[in-house]
Design a protein around this ligand. Structure first.
Ligand code: BES
Ligand code: ZN
Length: 636
């Protein structure tokens, strides 16, 4: 048994384990696997794993990437830490063909593969340990694997080579990595990927085989990677494509296809400064390099915080650097999310709300208060729209009710908006210096550990609020965390730049001409305030004026297009439809395409048929997760 020391504050570990006699406690701790939480609210209903019985501490992948069959095939070798009386280890697997299960030396281990609980959760793979410390699974993924999108050359920027990438969050990685797929069970990992000789593989880890990998006798290339810090498995990520790299600073650079490389380098030029600002705010950047991968437009998210290699949508490349808040956001996850991780997806505001707050602080540090205020003000608008739209019933506080019926834990906007406003309130009530010092120490004290809402509140109370009942009362912590709506101590940050946009809106609403609206040099944020601030009911003539006068349907900014199409749809403005259909067939980012389908579905007798027809054509271009999301919107 590996030696380990039970971390004092956290409930786990296994009875009867202790450091070997004479071993210095420090050394034992350094080698010890990251702790898990055993409090009731830390129980993850989206995993089959029983980590208190036996848990995976390291994953070693060895996989062949085959574009022809759209499968990954090979082995996953898992290091197992088991309680003394543990008989089996339970893993999460989804849509994969298991060929064999052995111990580390190749001796067969008995196993059972359960029935999938539902489409999202996958099945339990229970392996009889018979004393084994390692479990090796030989398997092949399904072409339907929900973490993977296989893109034909037409869907890439280069148009000549295929492309493949993974998206693990929240519970998709079990479709290509057979392990305990829970954010509360951290694992170190390494991987070897063998890919076609003219393609490059990248991963969310340290590269061990250079930028070009190692040539194999059969013409393919092998790429090797290692992540020596324990991470939740949703952060294991890779991409394979015709990728090129451009350095942006001593610790940072961008990977993308050749046609996007210069544009990406221009857009992300400030990334090194962002890393400095983030470290100055909340403690050292602990992951070594911070590279970015700019993906094809099908990528379903704005960004994904895969460690050492943030994944980004190309829709943020608007040529004016106005959407680099997304980069600041994914970078901030290097602390909130990747260092201190929500123990379950019910607590995802601990990842997203903290990160949205932190992101805003990075933007303020680089570009000043007004630019940061613009993002915060828009976030406030979004929060109010979401609260109004969802009603109290759905998701009252920031913590979602854990239920397997919810299937895949989704992306709740309140995690971002209410979560960040909660922390902004704490900053203003406690004072920026005090709050920043607390947050720095919080990240440090909980580094590489899972966290729950209750755990965060307890930490805040123990370190900051002992003997201060008055402060405790003003903060309204429980109301923020668990009750509906926004407490009255919330702080609505207002932007002057956006207030000027509001004046233009007033002019337009009073019947003023579109020619009076000067949009020259507008950032995405000004556009969004304008488009979302327009009256929802407009005449066809006014819509035509806007569309033609401001080039909306054919804007080269995807945020502008999406917000415009929403307005066009609710007014049944048909001249926008061809551009809209082209848009949703090319862009796969949920934030920009879901609202279009939602609005169409709300236009009884006009929209639903259009939505279904457009989806039928566009479906093959979507990531499986996005396709499933749209299918839900369409009631399919
Ligand atoms: N971790 C999220 C993406 C995510 C959330 C993936 C939920 C799967 C499930 C990422 O950090 C994120 O929040 N991305 C945002 C951008 C951000 C600036 C708000 C996005 O995708 O829009
Ligand atoms: Zn995020």
């Amino acid at each position: 048994m590996r030696k380990l020391l039970a971390p004092s504050l956290l409930g786990l570990l296994f009875a009867g384990t202790a450091p070997l006699p004479g071993a210095p406690a420090e050394a034992a701790q350094a080698n010890a696997p990251a702790p898990i939480l055993t409090s009731p609210e830390a129980r993850d209903v989206w995993t089959h794993a029983q980590p208190e019985v036996a848990r995976v501490t390291h994953v070693s992948l060895d996989l062949d990437v085959d574009f022809a069959s759209q499968t990954l095939a090979g082995t996953a070798t898992l290091d197992v830490l088991a309680a003394r009386d543990a008989k089996e280890i339970v893993l999460d697997v989804k849509d994969m063909a298991i060929a064999s299960v052995t111990d580390g030396k190749g001796a067969a281990l008995a196993y059972t593969l359960g029935e999938p609980d539902n489409d999202e959760l996958g099945a339990a793979l229970s392996v009889q340990l018979a004393g084994a410390k390692q479990v090796r699974i030989t398997y092949r993924t399904s072409p339907k694997a929900s973490a993977l999108q296989w893109l034909p050359p037409e869907m890439t920027f280069g148009k000549t080579q295929p492309y493949l990438y993974s998206q693990g969050q929240a519970i998709h990685n079990r479709s290509w990595v057979p392990t305990q797929d829970s954010p509360g069970i951290r694992q170190t990992w390494d991987a070897t990927l063998r890919v076609p000789g003219d393609l490059v593989a990248v991963m969310s880890a340290e590269k061990l085989s250079g930028d070009t990998g190692e040539a194999l006798p059969d013409g393919r290339r092998a790429f090797r990677f290692r992540m020596d810090k324990p991470v939740p498995p949703y952060l294991i990520a890779f991409a394979v494509g015709d990728l090129k790299f451009k350095s942006l600073g001593p610790r940072s650079g961008v990977w993308t296809e050749a046609p996007m490389l210069q544009k990406a380098a221009y857009e992300f030029a400030d990334v090194e400064k962002m890393i400095d600002a983030a470290s100055a705010l909340y403690g050292p950047y602990r992951w070594g390099r911070y590279d970015m991968l700019l993906l094809p437009p099908a990528f379903p998210y704005g960004g994904m915080e895969n460690p050492m290699l943030t994944f980004l949508t190309p829709t943020i490349v608007t040529g004016d650097r106005s959407n680099t808040d997304v980069v600041a956001h994914e970078l901030a996850h290097s602390w909130s999310g990747n260092l201190v991780t929500n123990a379950t997806w019910s607590d995802s505001w601990l990842n997203e709300g903290f990160t949205t707050y932190f992101e805003n602080r990075i933007m303020e540090a680089l570009y000043g208060k007004e630019r940061a205020a613009m993002y915060a003000d828009l976030d406030w608008d979004t929060m109010m729209r979401d609260i109004a739209a969802m009603g109290d019933a759905m998701k009252p506080g920031m913590t979602a009710a854990p239920s397997r019926l919810h299937g895949n834990p989704g992306k709740g906007e309140l995690d971002y908006t209410k979560g960040s406003n909660f922390l902004r309130m704490l900053e203003s009530q406690l004072g920026r210096d005090t709050w920043d010092a607390y947050l720095t120490s919080y990240f440090d004290r909980h580094a590489f550990q899972p966290q729950t809402t209750a755990g965060f509140l307890a930490d805040l109370r123990e370190t900051m609020l002992m003997g201060k009942p008055d402060t405790e009362l003003t903060l309204q912590l429980d109301r923020w965390a668990y009750a509906a709506g926004v407490p009255d101590n919330a702080l609505h940050v207002k932007s002057e730049t956006l207030a000027q946009v509001d004046e233009l809106l007033t002019g337009f609403e009073a019947g003023g001409p579109v020619s009076a609206i000067d949009t020259k040099g507008w950032s995405t944020q000004q556009w969004l305030r304008f488009l979302n601030g327009l009256p929802r009911a407009l005449s066809q003539e006014r819509l035509r004026e806007l569309d033609e006068g401001l080039t909306l349907s054919n804007s080269d900014n995807a945020y502008v297009q999406s917000a415009w199409f929403e307005l066009a749809i609710v007014n049944r403005y048909e001249p926008a439809l061809p551009a809209m259909a082209e848009f949703v067939g090319r862009i796969g980012r949920g934030l920009l395409v879901y609202p279009i389908y939602q609005r169409l579905m709300q236009q009884d007798g006009w929209g639903p048929d259009k939505a279904r027809a457009i989806f039928a054509t566009a479906r093959p271009t979507y990531h499986p997760e996005t396709a499933a999301g749209i299918a839900r919107i369409l009631g399919e």
